[in-house]
Design a protein around this ligand. Sequence first.
Ligand code: GLC
Ligand code: CA
Length: 551
Amino acid sequence: MKSFLVLVIGFLICGAVSAQNHPDWVKSAVFYQIYPSSFQDSNGDGIGDLKGIMSRLDYIQSIGINTIWLNPVFKSAFKDGGYDVIDFYQVDQRFGTNTELIQLAEEVHKRGMHIVLDLVAGHSSNESPWFKQSMLADKNLQYSDYYIWAPNKPNDLSEQEASRWVEANAPRAKYFIKNFYDIQPALNYGYANPNPNHPWEQSVDAPGPRAVRRELQNIITFWLEKGIDGFRVDLAASLVKNDPDKKATIALWKELNGWFDQKFPQGVLIAEWFNPKQSIEAGFDIDFLRPGKLTSAYERGKKTDAKVYFTKAGEGDIVDWKQYFTDQYSNTINKGYLSLPTGNHDSPRIASEGREDAAQLKVLLTFLLTQPGVPFIYYGDEIGMKYIQNSPDVEGSKNRSGTRTPMQWDGSENAGFSTAQKANLYIPLDPDANRPNVAKQESDPNSQLNYVRNLLKLRSTTEALGNDGDWTFLSDEKQAYPMVYMRQKGNGKYVIAINPTDKAVEAKIKTLQANHVNNIYGTSKNGTYKIGKELDTIKLPAVSAVIFKVE
Ligand code: GLC
Ligand code: CA
Protein backbone atom coordinates (compact mmCIF):
# COMPACT_ATOMS: atom_id res chain seq x y z
CA MET A 1 0.00 0.00 0.00
CA LYS A 2 2.76 2.38 1.02
CA SER A 3 4.79 1.78 -2.15
CA PHE A 4 1.64 2.19 -4.20
CA LEU A 5 1.08 5.60 -2.62
CA VAL A 6 4.67 6.58 -3.29
CA LEU A 7 4.17 5.57 -6.91
CA VAL A 8 0.98 7.57 -7.22
CA ILE A 9 2.57 10.65 -5.62
CA GLY A 10 5.65 10.24 -7.83
CA PHE A 11 3.42 10.08 -10.86
CA LEU A 12 1.55 13.23 -9.82
CA ILE A 13 4.80 15.13 -9.36
CA CYS A 14 6.11 14.02 -12.77
CA GLY A 15 2.80 15.07 -14.31
CA ALA A 16 3.19 18.56 -12.89
CA VAL A 17 6.69 18.84 -14.28
CA SER A 18 5.74 17.74 -17.76
CA ALA A 19 2.96 20.31 -17.76
CA GLN A 20 5.72 22.95 -17.81
CA ASN A 21 6.62 21.84 -21.27
CA HIS A 22 7.34 25.17 -22.94
CA PRO A 23 10.06 25.81 -25.47
CA ASP A 24 12.79 27.95 -23.96
CA TRP A 25 12.14 30.86 -26.27
CA VAL A 26 8.71 31.47 -24.71
CA LYS A 27 10.41 32.40 -21.46
CA SER A 28 11.59 35.63 -23.06
CA ALA A 29 8.91 36.01 -25.74
CA VAL A 30 7.35 39.41 -26.38
CA PHE A 31 4.58 39.26 -28.97
CA TYR A 32 3.37 41.73 -31.55
CA GLN A 33 -0.12 41.11 -32.89
CA ILE A 34 -0.63 42.10 -36.52
CA TYR A 35 -3.99 42.43 -38.19
CA PRO A 36 -2.65 41.66 -41.67
CA SER A 37 -5.14 43.66 -43.74
CA SER A 38 -4.21 46.82 -41.84
CA PHE A 39 -0.46 46.73 -41.34
CA GLN A 40 1.39 47.44 -44.59
CA ASP A 41 0.21 47.26 -48.18
CA SER A 42 2.97 46.39 -50.67
CA ASN A 43 1.08 46.40 -53.98
CA GLY A 44 -1.17 49.43 -53.76
CA ASP A 45 -4.51 47.61 -53.57
CA GLY A 46 -5.28 49.26 -50.23
CA ILE A 47 -5.04 46.05 -48.21
CA GLY A 48 -2.08 44.96 -46.11
CA ASP A 49 -0.19 41.83 -47.15
CA LEU A 50 2.67 39.47 -46.29
CA LYS A 51 5.27 41.32 -48.35
CA GLY A 52 4.29 44.46 -46.48
CA ILE A 53 4.83 42.72 -43.14
CA MET A 54 8.18 41.42 -44.39
CA SER A 55 9.30 44.97 -45.15
CA ARG A 56 8.59 46.05 -41.56
CA LEU A 57 10.37 43.29 -39.63
CA ASP A 58 13.31 45.51 -38.72
CA TYR A 59 10.94 48.04 -37.19
CA ILE A 60 9.12 45.34 -35.21
CA GLN A 61 12.40 43.99 -33.91
CA SER A 62 13.57 47.48 -33.01
CA ILE A 63 10.71 47.80 -30.50
CA GLY A 64 12.13 44.85 -28.57
CA ILE A 65 9.63 42.36 -29.90
CA ASN A 66 10.73 38.85 -30.80
CA THR A 67 7.52 37.06 -31.81
CA ILE A 68 4.75 37.90 -34.24
CA TRP A 69 1.17 36.64 -34.23
CA LEU A 70 -0.82 37.17 -37.42
CA ASN A 71 -4.61 37.14 -37.43
CA PRO A 72 -5.91 34.63 -40.05
CA VAL A 73 -4.22 34.82 -43.45
CA PHE A 74 -6.02 31.85 -45.01
CA LYS A 75 -8.35 31.74 -47.97
CA SER A 76 -11.51 33.30 -46.65
CA ALA A 77 -14.89 34.70 -47.60
CA PHE A 78 -14.02 37.68 -45.34
CA LYS A 79 -17.41 37.98 -43.75
CA ASP A 80 -15.67 37.98 -40.36
CA GLY A 81 -12.31 39.51 -41.24
CA GLY A 82 -10.70 36.15 -42.11
CA TYR A 83 -12.22 34.17 -39.22
CA ASP A 84 -14.40 32.49 -41.82
CA VAL A 85 -11.87 30.19 -43.44
CA ILE A 86 -12.51 28.51 -46.79
CA ASP A 87 -9.18 26.67 -47.05
CA PHE A 88 -6.98 26.18 -43.99
CA TYR A 89 -4.05 25.03 -46.14
CA GLN A 90 -3.83 28.07 -48.35
CA VAL A 91 -2.88 31.70 -47.89
CA ASP A 92 -5.54 34.04 -49.25
CA GLN A 93 -4.42 35.75 -52.43
CA ARG A 94 -5.04 39.18 -50.93
CA PHE A 95 -2.13 38.48 -48.57
CA GLY A 96 0.14 36.63 -51.03
CA THR A 97 1.07 32.97 -51.44
CA ASN A 98 2.06 30.02 -49.28
CA THR A 99 5.60 30.50 -50.56
CA GLU A 100 5.61 34.09 -49.36
CA LEU A 101 4.40 33.01 -45.93
CA ILE A 102 7.27 30.52 -45.76
CA GLN A 103 9.68 33.27 -46.84
CA LEU A 104 8.27 35.52 -44.15
CA ALA A 105 8.89 32.79 -41.55
CA GLU A 106 12.45 32.45 -42.83
CA GLU A 107 13.05 36.19 -42.60
CA VAL A 108 11.63 36.17 -39.08
CA HIS A 109 13.90 33.29 -38.06
CA LYS A 110 16.96 34.99 -39.57
CA ARG A 111 16.43 37.72 -37.01
CA GLY A 112 16.16 35.22 -34.17
CA MET A 113 12.43 35.88 -33.95
CA HIS A 114 9.36 33.58 -34.10
CA ILE A 115 6.01 33.69 -35.88
CA VAL A 116 2.64 32.16 -35.00
CA LEU A 117 -0.58 32.05 -37.01
CA ASP A 118 -4.23 31.97 -36.03
CA LEU A 119 -5.95 28.60 -35.92
CA VAL A 120 -9.69 28.94 -36.31
CA ALA A 121 -10.33 25.55 -34.76
CA GLY A 122 -14.01 25.83 -34.02
CA HIS A 123 -15.60 26.56 -37.38
CA SER A 124 -15.12 27.19 -41.07
CA SER A 125 -16.78 29.45 -43.59
CA ASN A 126 -20.07 28.26 -44.99
CA GLU A 127 -18.31 28.60 -48.36
CA SER A 128 -15.74 25.96 -47.45
CA PRO A 129 -15.84 22.86 -49.72
CA TRP A 130 -16.14 20.73 -46.57
CA PHE A 131 -19.33 22.46 -45.56
CA LYS A 132 -20.72 22.41 -49.08
CA GLN A 133 -20.21 18.66 -49.24
CA SER A 134 -21.75 18.13 -45.82
CA MET A 135 -24.94 19.84 -47.07
CA LEU A 136 -25.56 17.07 -49.61
CA ALA A 137 -28.24 14.46 -48.99
CA ASP A 138 -25.67 11.65 -49.01
CA LYS A 139 -24.41 11.43 -45.42
CA ASN A 140 -21.55 9.06 -46.14
CA LEU A 141 -19.16 11.44 -47.85
CA GLN A 142 -15.77 12.41 -46.50
CA TYR A 143 -16.93 15.64 -44.84
CA SER A 144 -20.52 14.69 -44.05
CA ASP A 145 -19.90 14.57 -40.32
CA TYR A 146 -17.55 17.53 -40.08
CA TYR A 147 -20.54 19.66 -39.07
CA ILE A 148 -23.61 19.23 -36.90
CA TRP A 149 -26.86 18.86 -38.79
CA ALA A 150 -30.28 18.40 -37.25
CA PRO A 151 -33.69 17.81 -38.83
CA ASN A 152 -35.65 19.76 -36.26
CA LYS A 153 -35.13 22.23 -33.48
CA PRO A 154 -36.19 20.95 -30.07
CA ASN A 155 -38.16 23.49 -28.08
CA ASP A 156 -36.46 22.78 -24.77
CA LEU A 157 -33.17 24.40 -25.75
CA SER A 158 -31.66 27.05 -23.52
CA GLU A 159 -31.68 30.52 -25.03
CA GLN A 160 -27.94 30.35 -25.54
CA GLU A 161 -28.10 26.96 -27.26
CA ALA A 162 -31.04 28.01 -29.41
CA SER A 163 -29.09 31.03 -30.66
CA ARG A 164 -26.61 28.66 -32.30
CA TRP A 165 -29.16 26.99 -34.57
CA VAL A 166 -29.17 28.23 -38.14
CA GLU A 167 -31.91 27.36 -40.59
CA ALA A 168 -30.25 26.28 -43.84
CA ASN A 169 -32.84 24.04 -45.48
CA ALA A 170 -30.06 21.97 -47.04
CA PRO A 171 -30.76 18.61 -48.72
CA ARG A 172 -28.99 17.07 -45.74
CA ALA A 173 -31.15 18.61 -43.02
CA LYS A 174 -32.93 21.74 -42.04
CA TYR A 175 -30.58 23.12 -39.36
CA PHE A 176 -26.90 23.34 -38.60
CA ILE A 177 -25.10 24.59 -35.50
CA LYS A 178 -22.98 27.70 -35.85
CA ASN A 179 -20.18 29.04 -33.68
CA PHE A 180 -20.27 32.82 -34.07
CA TYR A 181 -21.88 34.43 -37.13
CA ASP A 182 -24.39 32.46 -39.22
CA ILE A 183 -21.72 32.06 -41.91
CA GLN A 184 -19.50 30.18 -39.43
CA PRO A 185 -20.79 26.61 -39.09
CA ALA A 186 -19.26 24.87 -36.06
CA LEU A 187 -16.93 21.98 -36.75
CA ASN A 188 -18.15 18.79 -35.10
CA TYR A 189 -16.04 17.91 -32.06
CA GLY A 190 -19.00 16.12 -30.51
CA TYR A 191 -21.04 16.71 -27.35
CA ALA A 192 -19.96 16.31 -23.74
CA ASN A 193 -23.08 14.31 -22.80
CA PRO A 194 -24.95 13.35 -25.95
CA ASN A 195 -28.70 13.25 -25.43
CA PRO A 196 -30.00 9.94 -26.87
CA ASN A 197 -33.13 11.75 -28.08
CA HIS A 198 -30.96 14.10 -30.11
CA PRO A 199 -29.25 11.90 -32.71
CA TRP A 200 -27.17 14.81 -34.05
CA GLU A 201 -25.34 14.99 -30.71
CA GLN A 202 -22.43 12.66 -31.38
CA SER A 203 -19.96 11.62 -28.72
CA VAL A 204 -16.47 13.09 -28.84
CA ASP A 205 -15.19 9.70 -29.95
CA ALA A 206 -17.63 9.16 -32.80
CA PRO A 207 -16.01 8.89 -36.25
CA GLY A 208 -16.98 12.44 -37.31
CA PRO A 209 -15.43 14.22 -34.31
CA ARG A 210 -12.37 11.97 -34.52
CA ALA A 211 -11.89 12.88 -38.17
CA VAL A 212 -12.20 16.59 -37.34
CA ARG A 213 -9.53 16.27 -34.63
CA ARG A 214 -7.24 14.55 -37.13
CA GLU A 215 -7.89 17.36 -39.60
CA LEU A 216 -6.85 19.87 -36.96
CA GLN A 217 -3.63 17.92 -36.42
CA ASN A 218 -3.06 17.92 -40.18
CA ILE A 219 -3.48 21.69 -40.38
CA ILE A 220 -1.07 22.22 -37.46
CA THR A 221 1.44 19.79 -38.95
CA PHE A 222 1.17 21.34 -42.42
CA TRP A 223 2.18 24.78 -41.17
CA LEU A 224 4.67 23.78 -38.49
CA GLU A 225 6.57 21.65 -40.99
CA LYS A 226 6.80 24.75 -43.17
CA GLY A 227 8.52 26.71 -40.41
CA ILE A 228 5.64 28.32 -38.53
CA ASP A 229 6.26 28.28 -34.76
CA GLY A 230 2.75 27.73 -33.47
CA PHE A 231 -0.78 29.04 -33.31
CA ARG A 232 -3.10 31.24 -31.35
CA VAL A 233 -6.23 29.10 -31.16
CA ASP A 234 -9.43 31.02 -31.83
CA LEU A 235 -12.33 30.32 -29.43
CA ALA A 236 -10.42 27.35 -28.01
CA ALA A 237 -13.01 26.78 -25.28
CA SER A 238 -15.84 26.36 -27.76
CA LEU A 239 -15.03 23.02 -29.36
CA VAL A 240 -17.08 20.40 -27.49
CA LYS A 241 -20.74 21.35 -27.30
CA ASN A 242 -22.91 21.35 -24.17
CA ASP A 243 -19.85 21.25 -21.97
CA PRO A 244 -20.57 23.83 -19.25
CA ASP A 245 -17.74 22.83 -16.92
CA LYS A 246 -15.42 22.47 -19.97
CA LYS A 247 -14.25 19.04 -18.78
CA ALA A 248 -14.63 17.43 -22.21
CA THR A 249 -13.05 20.41 -23.99
CA ILE A 250 -10.13 20.35 -21.56
CA ALA A 251 -9.72 16.61 -22.12
CA LEU A 252 -9.71 17.10 -25.88
CA TRP A 253 -7.03 19.78 -25.68
CA LYS A 254 -4.97 17.80 -23.19
CA GLU A 255 -4.71 15.06 -25.75
CA LEU A 256 -3.95 17.46 -28.61
CA ASN A 257 -1.41 19.44 -26.60
CA GLY A 258 0.27 16.21 -25.52
CA TRP A 259 0.58 15.18 -29.14
CA PHE A 260 1.81 18.65 -30.10
CA ASP A 261 4.49 18.78 -27.37
CA GLN A 262 5.89 15.45 -28.55
CA LYS A 263 5.84 16.28 -32.21
CA PHE A 264 6.79 19.95 -32.05
CA PRO A 265 8.70 20.54 -28.81
CA GLN A 266 9.72 23.99 -30.08
CA GLY A 267 6.15 24.98 -30.97
CA VAL A 268 3.66 27.01 -28.93
CA LEU A 269 -0.10 26.91 -28.70
CA ILE A 270 -1.82 29.95 -27.25
CA ALA A 271 -5.45 29.72 -26.21
CA GLU A 272 -8.07 32.33 -26.82
CA TRP A 273 -9.97 30.98 -23.83
CA PHE A 274 -9.87 33.87 -21.36
CA ASN A 275 -9.59 31.46 -18.48
CA PRO A 276 -5.99 30.41 -17.92
CA LYS A 277 -6.99 28.19 -14.99
CA GLN A 278 -8.72 25.93 -17.50
CA SER A 279 -6.61 26.41 -20.61
CA ILE A 280 -3.26 25.90 -18.88
CA GLU A 281 -4.63 22.73 -17.33
CA ALA A 282 -5.60 21.76 -20.90
CA GLY A 283 -1.91 22.04 -21.81
CA PHE A 284 -1.75 25.42 -23.54
CA ASP A 285 1.40 27.48 -23.17
CA ILE A 286 -0.32 30.87 -22.86
CA ASP A 287 -3.83 32.25 -22.38
CA PHE A 288 -5.20 35.77 -22.18
CA LEU A 289 -6.76 37.68 -19.33
CA ARG A 290 -9.51 40.21 -19.84
CA PRO A 291 -8.61 43.63 -18.43
CA GLY A 292 -12.27 44.40 -17.72
CA LYS A 293 -12.86 47.68 -15.90
CA LEU A 294 -9.16 48.19 -15.40
CA THR A 295 -9.26 49.89 -18.81
CA SER A 296 -12.81 49.83 -20.13
CA ALA A 297 -16.37 50.52 -19.12
CA TYR A 298 -17.62 48.51 -22.09
CA GLU A 299 -18.74 44.93 -21.83
CA ARG A 300 -19.49 43.06 -25.05
CA GLY A 301 -19.75 46.37 -26.88
CA LYS A 302 -22.19 47.90 -24.35
CA LYS A 303 -21.33 50.73 -22.02
CA THR A 304 -21.72 49.89 -18.33
CA ASP A 305 -21.52 52.26 -15.39
CA ALA A 306 -18.30 50.64 -14.20
CA LYS A 307 -15.69 53.09 -12.92
CA VAL A 308 -12.54 52.50 -14.95
CA TYR A 309 -9.24 52.29 -13.06
CA PHE A 310 -6.92 53.82 -15.65
CA THR A 311 -8.44 57.30 -15.86
CA LYS A 312 -7.34 60.68 -14.55
CA ALA A 313 -10.49 60.91 -12.43
CA GLY A 314 -9.17 58.25 -10.10
CA GLU A 315 -12.58 56.80 -9.25
CA GLY A 316 -11.77 53.22 -10.10
CA ASP A 317 -11.11 50.40 -7.71
CA ILE A 318 -8.66 47.57 -7.80
CA VAL A 319 -10.29 45.03 -5.51
CA ASP A 320 -11.92 42.90 -8.21
CA TRP A 321 -8.83 43.01 -10.39
CA LYS A 322 -6.54 41.96 -7.59
CA GLN A 323 -8.79 39.04 -6.75
CA TYR A 324 -9.17 37.92 -10.38
CA PHE A 325 -5.48 38.23 -11.14
CA THR A 326 -4.32 36.55 -7.93
CA ASP A 327 -6.66 33.65 -8.55
CA GLN A 328 -5.52 33.11 -12.15
CA TYR A 329 -1.87 33.69 -11.31
CA SER A 330 -1.71 31.39 -8.30
CA ASN A 331 -3.44 28.60 -10.18
CA THR A 332 -1.17 28.70 -13.22
CA ILE A 333 2.23 29.72 -11.84
CA ASN A 334 5.01 27.39 -13.02
CA LYS A 335 2.56 25.65 -15.35
CA GLY A 336 1.83 28.14 -18.10
CA TYR A 337 1.77 31.83 -18.87
CA LEU A 338 -0.85 34.49 -18.45
CA SER A 339 -1.00 37.37 -20.87
CA LEU A 340 -2.59 40.72 -20.30
CA PRO A 341 -2.37 42.13 -23.84
CA THR A 342 -2.27 45.84 -24.65
CA GLY A 343 -5.23 45.19 -26.91
CA ASN A 344 -6.50 43.00 -29.70
CA HIS A 345 -8.57 43.16 -32.88
CA ASP A 346 -11.85 42.66 -31.00
CA SER A 347 -11.79 45.37 -28.35
CA PRO A 348 -11.30 49.15 -28.24
CA ARG A 349 -7.69 50.26 -28.13
CA ILE A 350 -6.05 51.43 -24.92
CA ALA A 351 -6.08 54.92 -26.46
CA SER A 352 -9.81 55.43 -25.93
CA GLU A 353 -12.31 56.33 -23.21
CA GLY A 354 -10.55 59.58 -22.33
CA ARG A 355 -7.08 58.05 -22.26
CA GLU A 356 -5.61 59.48 -25.43
CA ASP A 357 -2.52 61.37 -24.37
CA ALA A 358 0.93 59.85 -24.29
CA ALA A 359 1.46 60.62 -20.59
CA GLN A 360 -1.51 58.47 -19.59
CA LEU A 361 -0.68 55.75 -22.08
CA LYS A 362 2.88 55.52 -20.77
CA VAL A 363 1.50 54.92 -17.28
CA LEU A 364 -0.78 52.16 -18.53
CA LEU A 365 1.99 50.61 -20.65
CA THR A 366 4.32 50.59 -17.64
CA PHE A 367 1.70 48.52 -15.85
CA LEU A 368 1.04 46.19 -18.80
CA LEU A 369 4.70 45.62 -19.62
CA THR A 370 5.77 44.88 -16.06
CA GLN A 371 3.27 42.09 -15.57
CA PRO A 372 4.39 38.48 -15.20
CA GLY A 373 3.62 36.21 -18.14
CA VAL A 374 3.97 36.97 -21.81
CA PRO A 375 3.47 40.53 -23.12
CA PHE A 376 1.39 41.02 -26.26
CA ILE A 377 1.46 44.40 -27.99
CA TYR A 378 -1.30 45.04 -30.50
CA TYR A 379 0.12 46.80 -33.57
CA GLY A 380 0.04 50.57 -33.19
CA ASP A 381 -0.44 50.56 -29.41
CA GLU A 382 3.28 51.32 -29.09
CA ILE A 383 2.69 54.71 -30.76
CA GLY A 384 -0.72 55.41 -29.22
CA MET A 385 -2.98 54.79 -32.21
CA LYS A 386 -6.52 55.65 -31.19
CA TYR A 387 -9.72 53.69 -31.26
CA ILE A 388 -11.69 55.44 -34.02
CA GLN A 389 -15.37 55.86 -33.19
CA ASN A 390 -17.87 55.29 -36.01
CA SER A 391 -15.46 53.58 -38.38
CA PRO A 392 -17.50 51.83 -41.08
CA ASP A 393 -18.40 48.16 -40.62
CA VAL A 394 -15.92 46.29 -42.83
CA GLU A 395 -16.12 42.55 -43.51
CA GLY A 396 -18.16 41.81 -40.41
CA SER A 397 -16.04 43.96 -38.13
CA LYS A 398 -19.02 45.91 -36.78
CA ASN A 399 -17.61 48.36 -34.20
CA ARG A 400 -14.32 46.48 -34.12
CA SER A 401 -13.18 48.40 -37.22
CA GLY A 402 -12.21 51.32 -34.96
CA THR A 403 -9.45 49.15 -33.60
CA ARG A 404 -8.34 47.81 -36.99
CA THR A 405 -7.50 51.05 -38.81
CA PRO A 406 -4.33 51.18 -40.94
CA MET A 407 -0.94 51.35 -39.21
CA GLN A 408 0.42 54.90 -39.09
CA TRP A 409 3.98 54.86 -40.35
CA ASP A 410 4.73 58.44 -41.34
CA GLY A 411 3.33 61.85 -42.22
CA SER A 412 2.53 61.09 -45.86
CA GLU A 413 -0.91 60.94 -47.46
CA ASN A 414 -1.95 57.45 -46.35
CA ALA A 415 0.41 57.48 -43.36
CA GLY A 416 2.76 55.26 -45.36
CA PHE A 417 0.33 52.36 -45.19
CA SER A 418 -0.53 52.20 -48.88
CA THR A 419 -0.17 53.98 -52.21
CA ALA A 420 -3.83 53.30 -53.05
CA GLN A 421 -6.43 56.04 -53.41
CA LYS A 422 -7.61 57.11 -49.99
CA ALA A 423 -11.09 55.77 -50.75
CA ASN A 424 -9.67 52.31 -51.42
CA LEU A 425 -7.99 51.77 -48.07
CA TYR A 426 -9.17 48.67 -46.22
CA ILE A 427 -10.54 50.81 -43.39
CA PRO A 428 -10.22 54.62 -43.32
CA LEU A 429 -7.27 56.02 -41.38
CA ASP A 430 -7.55 58.00 -38.18
CA PRO A 431 -8.73 61.35 -39.68
CA ASP A 432 -6.86 63.45 -37.08
CA ALA A 433 -4.24 65.65 -38.78
CA ASN A 434 -2.03 65.11 -35.73
CA ARG A 435 -2.44 61.37 -35.61
CA PRO A 436 0.65 59.72 -34.10
CA ASN A 437 3.09 58.01 -36.44
CA VAL A 438 6.27 55.95 -36.23
CA ALA A 439 8.52 58.39 -38.12
CA LYS A 440 7.72 61.31 -35.83
CA GLN A 441 8.24 59.23 -32.70
CA GLU A 442 11.50 57.67 -33.90
CA SER A 443 13.23 61.03 -33.69
CA ASP A 444 11.81 62.06 -30.31
CA PRO A 445 13.66 60.49 -27.37
CA ASN A 446 10.63 61.13 -25.13
CA SER A 447 8.08 59.62 -27.45
CA GLN A 448 5.79 56.81 -26.43
CA LEU A 449 7.52 54.52 -28.91
CA ASN A 450 10.92 55.11 -27.32
CA TYR A 451 9.43 54.74 -23.87
CA VAL A 452 8.12 51.30 -24.84
CA ARG A 453 11.49 50.40 -26.35
CA ASN A 454 13.33 51.29 -23.15
CA LEU A 455 10.77 49.48 -21.04
CA LEU A 456 11.15 46.31 -23.10
CA LYS A 457 14.92 46.61 -23.00
CA LEU A 458 14.79 46.80 -19.23
CA ARG A 459 12.40 43.85 -19.12
CA SER A 460 14.59 41.70 -21.36
CA THR A 461 17.73 42.39 -19.34
CA THR A 462 16.11 42.02 -15.91
CA GLU A 463 15.01 38.51 -15.01
CA ALA A 464 12.78 39.69 -12.18
CA LEU A 465 10.77 41.84 -14.61
CA GLY A 466 10.59 39.08 -17.21
CA ASN A 467 7.98 36.46 -18.02
CA ASP A 468 9.03 34.18 -15.15
CA GLY A 469 9.60 36.79 -12.45
CA ASP A 470 7.36 36.39 -9.40
CA TRP A 471 4.59 38.87 -8.70
CA THR A 472 3.34 40.11 -5.33
CA PHE A 473 0.74 42.78 -4.69
CA LEU A 474 2.06 45.20 -2.05
CA SER A 475 -0.32 48.11 -1.58
CA ASP A 476 -3.65 48.11 0.22
CA GLU A 477 -6.15 47.24 -2.48
CA LYS A 478 -8.78 49.29 -0.67
CA GLN A 479 -6.74 52.37 -1.41
CA ALA A 480 -6.82 52.09 -5.19
CA TYR A 481 -4.18 54.69 -6.02
CA PRO A 482 -1.29 54.16 -6.35
CA MET A 483 -1.20 50.46 -7.13
CA VAL A 484 2.06 48.97 -5.91
CA TYR A 485 3.43 45.51 -6.66
CA MET A 486 6.73 43.70 -6.63
CA ARG A 487 8.52 41.58 -9.23
CA GLN A 488 11.23 39.29 -8.00
CA LYS A 489 13.60 36.57 -9.14
CA GLY A 490 16.67 35.35 -7.32
CA ASN A 491 18.28 38.43 -5.78
CA GLY A 492 16.53 40.82 -8.14
CA LYS A 493 13.72 42.81 -6.57
CA TYR A 494 11.70 45.60 -8.17
CA VAL A 495 8.77 47.59 -6.91
CA ILE A 496 6.42 49.16 -9.43
CA ALA A 497 4.07 51.97 -8.50
CA ILE A 498 1.30 53.16 -10.78
CA ASN A 499 -0.70 56.39 -10.59
CA PRO A 500 -3.07 57.10 -13.49
CA THR A 501 -4.80 59.95 -11.62
CA ASP A 502 -4.25 63.68 -12.02
CA LYS A 503 -3.31 64.07 -8.35
CA ALA A 504 -0.15 63.26 -6.42
CA VAL A 505 -0.63 60.09 -4.36
CA GLU A 506 1.12 58.25 -1.58
CA ALA A 507 1.18 54.63 -0.39
CA LYS A 508 2.53 53.08 2.76
CA ILE A 509 3.58 49.46 2.52
CA LYS A 510 5.08 47.05 5.02
CA THR A 511 8.79 47.75 4.98
CA LEU A 512 10.89 45.64 2.65
CA GLN A 513 13.89 46.30 4.96
CA ALA A 514 16.00 47.32 2.02
CA ASN A 515 19.37 49.08 2.10
CA HIS A 516 18.76 51.21 -0.97
CA VAL A 517 15.82 51.79 -3.23
CA ASN A 518 16.32 53.68 -6.48
CA ASN A 519 13.94 55.08 -9.04
CA ILE A 520 15.45 53.41 -12.15
CA TYR A 521 12.84 53.98 -14.84
CA GLY A 522 9.38 55.32 -15.42
CA THR A 523 7.59 58.45 -16.47
CA SER A 524 8.91 60.62 -13.64
CA LYS A 525 12.18 61.19 -11.81
CA ASN A 526 10.10 62.64 -8.97
CA GLY A 527 8.58 59.40 -7.77
CA THR A 528 10.20 58.62 -4.40
CA TYR A 529 10.60 55.64 -2.12
CA LYS A 530 11.44 56.24 1.51
CA ILE A 531 12.55 53.33 3.69
CA GLY A 532 10.96 53.35 7.14
CA LYS A 533 11.19 51.26 10.25
CA GLU A 534 7.86 49.53 9.88
CA LEU A 535 6.43 51.15 6.81
CA ASP A 536 8.01 52.31 3.57
CA THR A 537 6.49 55.34 1.85
CA ILE A 538 6.05 55.72 -1.89
CA LYS A 539 5.12 59.09 -3.38
CA LEU A 540 4.17 59.61 -6.97
CA PRO A 541 3.32 62.81 -8.85
CA ALA A 542 0.13 63.04 -10.92
CA VAL A 543 -0.11 60.71 -13.94
CA SER A 544 3.07 58.76 -13.35
CA ALA A 545 4.51 55.29 -13.05
CA VAL A 546 7.86 54.34 -11.58
CA ILE A 547 10.00 51.22 -11.37
CA PHE A 548 12.13 51.11 -8.21
CA LYS A 549 15.09 48.81 -7.80
CA VAL A 550 15.30 47.38 -4.29
CA GLU A 551 18.67 46.36 -2.84
C1 GLC B 1 -12.62 35.21 -31.95
C2 GLC B 1 -11.92 36.24 -32.79
C3 GLC B 1 -12.93 37.15 -33.41
C4 GLC B 1 -13.84 36.34 -34.29
C5 GLC B 1 -14.48 35.19 -33.49
C6 GLC B 1 -15.08 34.17 -34.42
O1 GLC B 1 -13.22 35.76 -30.83
O2 GLC B 1 -10.97 36.93 -32.03
O3 GLC B 1 -12.34 38.17 -34.15
O4 GLC B 1 -14.86 37.16 -34.81
O5 GLC B 1 -13.53 34.49 -32.72
O6 GLC B 1 -14.08 33.46 -35.10
CA1 CA C 1 -1.94 44.60 -50.74
